[in-house]
Design a binder for this molecule. Structure first.
Ligand code: KIV
Ligand code: ZN
Length: 522
């Protein structure tokens, strides 16, 4: 079977399509504001991904704005917006990517009988017409049109082949076959690609793409099976974030292709040394720690505990290591800067860690770094990342924490006095509570005028020691919306307050967006 690729990079080149900012971001607790999305997009550009799905422009004004900003900010990767087959969606997607050097639109509609009957209430003929119509409309404006058969792995292959042939005729350049529900098994998923490439008229003119979900833990295996059967684009997310059990993990699929090139006989354009910074940046921004045993980027991915393993690795790393940590960008020495480091060294380090200094207030971040150096003997990379992310968050927020005073003794109830700026105006409130954090949260609720349910609250010491920078993640819920917030500070009450204020800002932004949201998402 011949390998299709209209890519000048060659028939063995697999494009990496990153959907962290769309499929990843729409999963619970992974919401990002526009500034944070731009910061991730810039890191994706450094990773050298081929395509970035920056959002779903029609879903909310916030998503539209994020796609527009990312489209304008990036030089090299193609920037796409997702779109249903509706005219308002296609138009919003086209408009949002207008400023991109390489704009694209990703149109999808479900093709499985289950979705047609229970979700869309459409006939097969209706879906065929809607798909062709939407692709034709978008194609009038730009060339990079991807079409996805949602729930492809549970769709009738012959019906899907018919739709694919029609959308290719209408101008689609990429055909994506998602395993939307994570239901496929590698052998069968691979066969589906082989079948479609053999039976679809025009199959050789397009790039075939795999988009997998991880419900059975097979997203990476299914993506590789698709590649073995001619797919030349893989859709994935950093750290594998995404709906339910997540999407294909970018770091895993890229490193599998690279490490087993003997068998896979393909390559990607990813600068693998940017993988670890990307993973940490995302984890810090969304406040979701990377599990220690996560392949490639987990803290234990290169840790050898068993005596026999340690002995082997000391003799020769090849005994138990199939990849080199430095190829993934894992710093061999996490100890970085200190009290005497200058602004220049600080900015350099930020860049090495994947933070674009243009996206944060460097002066404030540097001042916070110096203040931290006064408190801590050793400042680690993760401390610096946390400070930078604190600044990224601040730039886009409407509630701003100014000051927190807490009083606690074994005889009196803990009390907090909080000062915040709300739309530029300073406001104060005091409250008592079960503990200092509780009192502080009650005072913040008074100022913000909302009392969302606190669904999750966790504290993590970013690096060791009692002087460590603490990172707090919280999840709050109000009016059916759940958002996460993060805050980092050497004082845990301050970190807690920053996390809540961050969550309240996101809640406000989401509430504003929700008013305009008329979407039953993909
Ligand atoms: O999982 C899925 O089917 C999707 C499509 C919108 C591509 O995310
Ligand atoms: Zn998906």
């Amino acid at each position: 079977m011949s390998t299709t690729s209209s890519n000048h990079a060659g028939a063995d080149y697999v494009k990496i399509f990153d959907t962290t900012l769309r499929d990843g971001e729409q999963s619970p607790g992974c919401t990002m504001n526009v500034e944070e999305k731009v910061a991730i997009a810039r890191q994706l550009e450094r990773l050298n991904v081929d395509i970035i799905e920056a959002g779903f422009a029609a879903s909310s004004p916030g998503d539209f704005e994020a796609v527009r900003r990312i489209a304008e900010a990036l030089e090299r990767p193609a920037v796409l917006s997702l779109s249903r087959t509706r005219d308002e969606d296609v138009d919003a997607a086209l408009k949002a990517v207008e400023g991109a050097r390489r704009p694209g639109v990703h149109i999808f509609i479900a093709t499985s009988d289950i979705h047609l009957k229970y979700k869309l209430n459409m006939t097969r003929e209706d879906v065929l017409n809607a798909a062709t119509w939407a692709v034709t409309r978008a194609k009038r404006h730009l060339d990079h049109i991807e079409f996805s058969c949602e729930d492809a792995s549970r769709s009738d292959w012959d019906y899907m082949a018919k739709i694919c042939a029609e959308v290719i005729r209408a101008g689609a350049r990429i055909i994506n076959l998602p395993d939307t529900t994570g239901h496929a098994i590698p052998e069968e998923f691979g066969r589906m690609f082989a079948y479609m490439r053999e039976h679809v008229a025009g199959a050789d003119e397009v790039i075939w793409s795999a988009h997998c979900h991880n419900d059975l833990g097979l997203a990476v295996a299914n993506s590789l099976a698709a590649v073995r059967n001619g797919a030349r684009q893989v859709e994935c997310t950093i750290n594998g974030i995404g709906e339910r059990a997540g999407n294909t993990s970018m770091e895993e699929v890229v490193m599998a292709i690279r490490t087993r090139k003997d068998l896979m006989e393909v390559r990607t354009g990813i600068d693998t040394r940017q993988i670890y910074p990307a993973s940490r940046l995302l984890s810090q921004i969304i406040g979701q720690p990377v599990p220690p045993n996560k392949p490639i980027v987990g803290d234990n991915a290169f840790a050898h505990e068993a005596g026999i393993h340690q002995d082997g690795v000391l003799k020769n790393k090849l005994t138990y290591e199939i990849m080199k940590p430095e190829d993934i960008g894992i710093p061999s020495n996490k100890l970085v800067l200190g009290k005497h480091s200058g602004r220049h060294a600080f900015v350099n380090r930020l860049q090495e860690l994947g933070v674009d200094p243009a996206t944060i207030d460097v002066e404030k971040a540097f001042a916070a770094f110096k203040a931290l150096c006064d408190k801590k003997k050793i400042v680690y990379d993760d401390d610096i990342l946390a400070l930078a992310n604190e600044e990224t968050r601040r730039t886009a927020e409407r509630f701003e924490l100014v000051d927190v005073i807490v009083m606690s003794s074994s005889r009196t109830e803990p009390r907090a006095e909080v000062t915040m700026r709300v739309a530029g105006e300073e406001r104060n409130a005091a409250a008592t509570g079960d503990g200092m954090v509780d009192a502080c949260y009650k005072a913040i609720y008074k100022i913000a005028g909302i009392t969302p349910a606190l669904e999750r609250y966790s504290v993590k010491a970013i690096t060791g020691g009692t002087d460590a920078l603490g990172e707090v993640s919280c999840l709050v819920r109000e009016d059916g919306m759940t958002v996460a917030g993060q805050g980092a500070h050497s004082d845990i009450v301050m970190a807690s307050a920053l996390a809540l204020v961050n969550a309240l800002n996101r809640l406000k932004a989401r509430a504003a967006g929700a008013a305009a949201r008329a979407v039953e998402g993909p």
